[in-house]
Structures are given as C-alpha cells and as structure tokens.
Write a protein that binds this ligand. Structure first.
Ligand SMILES: NC(=O)c1ccc[n+]([C@@H]2O[C@H](COP(=O)([O-])OP(=O)(O)OC[C@H]3O[C@@H](n4cnc5c(N)ncnc54)[C@H](OP(=O)(O)O)[C@@H]3O)[C@@H](O)[C@H]2O)c1
Length: 281
C-alpha cells in the first residue's frame, strides 16, 4: 500500500525524511501533501522518491495516511477527506488531542495513533503506538515494522499515553531545558566560563553518561559509582532529591491538565457531518 503524510511541518517532514533515509528502505510509494506549497516542494526536491500531491491525491492513492497537522486544523481537513475515505484506509493521527473514538466516529476507515519525537530525526528514540477502535493486528504489525526502522516501538493504551508522551516525545525538550538551566547555574557560579562553554560540557557529559549502560554501568550503578556518602556529589543529590520529585509531578500535572483543556475545546463534528453526508447516512 502507498503511504501518505498529510502535513509536512516539523513532524510530517521529519517522518518523511527519517523513513526515506532509513537503513531498511521503505518499499511502498511515499506521498506527501501540505497546505502551503513551499515546504512540500522543498522536501520533494531533497527526496526524489517522494511524490508530492494534494490531500485528495493522497486519499485516492494511499491506503495508509498519517495526519501530521495540528489539532485545530484537523476538523477542516477531515471534512475534506471524509468523503474519500473507505474501510480500506488506515488513518493514523499523531496528536494526543485527537481522541481515537472521536476520530473513528468521523471517518469510516480504520484508525490508530502514533506519537513520534524529534529523536527520529536521527532514527533513534521511541515511537508510541496506540491501537484505534477498528485497527487490526495486521495494521499494528505494519506500523510496528514501518516505524521500527526509525525508532523503538512502545505500544500503549490511549488512556495511558500522557505520561509516556512526556517521556519519549516531550522528552527532548524537557532534557534540553534541564541542561540549559544546569549550564546557566554553573555560569552564574563561575562567570569566567561562558554559558555556551558550560552547555558544551553539559551535553558531552549527557552523551557520555547515556553510553555508560553499554559498558554495564546503568542507572542505580551510576549513582553508586559517582556519589560517595558525605561527599560533594552526595550533597548535590540531596538538593536534587528535595526538588526533583515535586518538579516532575508538576510537569506531569500541568501537561495532563493542558491536554484535558485542549481535548475539551476540540471537535470533529464538521468532519463527521461531511462523512455522513458522503455516505448518505
Ligand atoms: N513537534 C513535536 O515534537 C511533536 C511530537 C509528537 C506529536 N506532535 C504532534 O504533531 C502534530 C503536528 O505538529 P508539528 O509540530 O509538525 O506542526 P507544524 O510544524 O505546524 O506542521 C503542521 C503542518 O500541517 C500543515 N497543514 C495544516 N492544515 C493542512 C491541511 N488542511 N492540509 C494539508 N496540510 C495542512 C501545515 O501547513 P502550512 O505550511 O500551511 O502551515 C503545516 O506544515 C501536532 O498535533 C503535534 O501535537 C508534535
């Protein structure tokens, strides 16, 4: 089946680039569409295997469609697509705000969700795979195989996706902010070394530490190896222990609350009406 990506913004373009550059090439034709033409033509110039088209072209030619638009653009897009979608299509949203039950009501096709992350830019990291109400074992196996070329796959229920999203998808941004604050604190203490030099030191340390498990030194062992009771690292960890659980709980609480607000103001009723009219129901 041909594969289509609707929306070639940050995530859509990143997924197209990652899959077309994967070590195990994608056999299927890959199509993409975008509302404004520039991003799409730029992507097609770089990737000669990519077929640019309109949203309607993609719905006609591709049986697997990734919806890579923002939630507020989804209803209008689906109103346009719904009359062209059939039970032969598998429609995959990449947004946590778009609830699968609502999506399945708006379109006649099979549905699923995947949550990617910027880490797939270098074909690493984790993609969350979330089955939809009508997705089949074959659909999920296909998505596992496809996205497994550019990431590790972790399957999760939609109701449990928030915390996992905070780790694998928001993770790069959370980690970047953590490292930035660390470098700024180090610079504030020792202004003779620039923030940018401290950022280099922080990231090299993060890179090296992330490789330590390969040498058999992971998680708890790293803490034991580096921190001597009564020493300076030990003291620093005490300070972190006082602050970090509260910080992470607050991150989880606020992202959950924001998702709840966005879901409350999200509706696919325009799309559902367009689909029902097209199906004559
Ligand atoms: N950023 C992340 O790390 C991340 C991670 C996981 C999931 N997500 C989710 O991925 C989704 C997209 O995020 P993003 O950061 O990629 O957004 P983005 O950069 O704004 O890209 C969205 C793209 O969709 C296009 N678009 C909008 N309406 C369209 C339509 N009717 N037909 C065709 N194309 C249309 C836009 O075109 P224009 O060029 O005209 O604007 C834009 O290029 C969001 O739901 C987000 O929550 C993001």
């Amino acid at each position: 089946m041909a594969i289509g990506f609707i929306g070639t913004g940050r995530m859509g373009a990143m997924l197209v680039r990652a899959l077309l550059g994967a070590d195990r090439p994608v056999d299927e034709d890959v199509w993409a569409s975008n509302r404004s033409p520039d991003k799409l033509s730029e992507l097609a110039t770089i990737h000669h295997r990519l077929h640019p088209g309109s949203n309607e072209d993609l719905a006609r030619r591709c049986r697997l469609l990734f919806l890579c638009v923002r939630p507020h653009d989804t209803a209008l897009l689906l109103a346009q697509l719904a009359p062209l979608l059939t039970p032969d299509h598998l429609l995959v949203t990449i947004s946590n705000v778009v609830e699968l039950d609502q999506l399945a009501t708006a379109v006649p096709c099979r549905t699923a969700k995947v949550i990617p992350s910027m880490a797939q830019y270098i074909r690493r990291g984790v993609t969350l795979l979330i089955p939809g109400p009508r997705s089949t074992p074959a659909d999920l196996a296909f998505l596992r195989d496809l996205l497994g070329r550019v990431s590790r796959i972790f399957e999760v229920d939609e109701m449990q996706a928030r915390a996992a999203t905070n780790v694998v998808s928001c993770g790069p941004a959370f980690l970047a902010r953590f490292c930035q604050a660390w470098a700024e604190a180090a610079h504030a203490m020792q202004p003779g070394i620039s923030v940018s030099d401290f950022e280099d030191l922080v990231w090299e340390t993060v890179r090296a530490t992330s490789e330590l498990p390969r040498a058999g030194i992971a998680g708890k062992n790293i803490l034991e190896e580096v921190s001597t009771p009564g020493g300076m690292t030990y003291e620093g960890l005490q300070a972190m222990d006082a602050a970090l659980p509260g910080m992470w709980n607050e991150v989880m609480r606020r992202t959950t609350e924001r998702e709840r607000q966005l879901k409350a103001s999200f509706s696919l009723s325009t799309a559902a009406r367009a689909g029902a009219t097209a199906r004559g129901s």
